[in-house]
Design a protein around this ligand. Structure first.
Ligand code: ADP
Length: 188
């Protein structure tokens, strides 16, 4: 029942996600789970070999991770114990299932976190870098997906943080936050 679900605290901050003080950080990965640039490169550099080894095992076992899905690995040298790797959609024209796939990234990551008993999680802005998803649209999809997941009564991490790298991205998420979330559920 929804009333039995612990309330999650959703917050936004600007910064480097590799430094986030959380149990788990989320990586905007590619479907081969092979090291890339952007946030993926930063997480792998900070986490070290343990992440690559775990990704290689998943590649061998499952062939990678489909778009919209998520897998979990250890965090290696990161402060975070785990990394959840999710694969965002590449932006095409917006009519190729991009919003559904992007929402699925957030849902699947939260589900995987809950399944692993994770209490705190940090998300980057998935798909809005190299994958080209317009930030103002992605911000609404991301925050709506998180809000829906909580409202549906799913078990969710108590602390859900978005760590946005640059000022423009942070601002778009701030704008989206005020429209998507009732004030009582949020802290900034
Ligand atoms: P995608 O391929 O899903 O678009 P990118 O890594 O290219 O992923 O970009 C996703 C977002 O992550 C962008 O907003 C980018 O600025 C941001 N980003 C890059 N490095 C970091 C970091 N260290 N911490 C948080 N966000 C980051």
């Amino acid at each position: 029942m929804a009333t039995e679900t612990p309330q999650s605290d959703v917050s936004l901050t600007q910064g480097d996600i590799t430094k986030a003080q959380v149990d788990t950080i989320v990586n905007a990965a590619n479907s081969q789970l092979i090291g890339g640039g952007g946030v993926d490169g930063a997480i792998r550099r900070a986490g070290g070999d343990a992440i690559e080894q775990a990704c290689a095992e998943i590649r061998k076992r499952d062939g990678g991770c489909p778009t919209g899905k998520a897998v979990i690995t250890p965090g290696g040298n990161l402060q975070a114990q785990y990394v959840i790797h999710t694969v965002g959609p590449v932006w095409d024209d917006g009519n190729s299932g991009e919003p559904e796939l992007l929402a699925s990234c957030y849902r699947e990551s939260l589900r995987l976190a809950a399944d692993n008993g994770i209490q705190s999680i940090a998300f980057p802005s998935i798909s809005t870098g190299i994958y080209g998803y317009p930030i103002e649209k992605a911000a609404v999809v991301a925050l709506t997906a998180v809000n829906d997941f909580i409202k549906e009564g799913n078990i969710a991490p108590k602390k859900i943080q978005f760590v946005l790298f640059d000022e423009a991205t942070h601002k778009h998420y701030m704008d989206a936050l005020s429209t998507v979330f009732p004030k009582s559920e949020t802290t900034h």
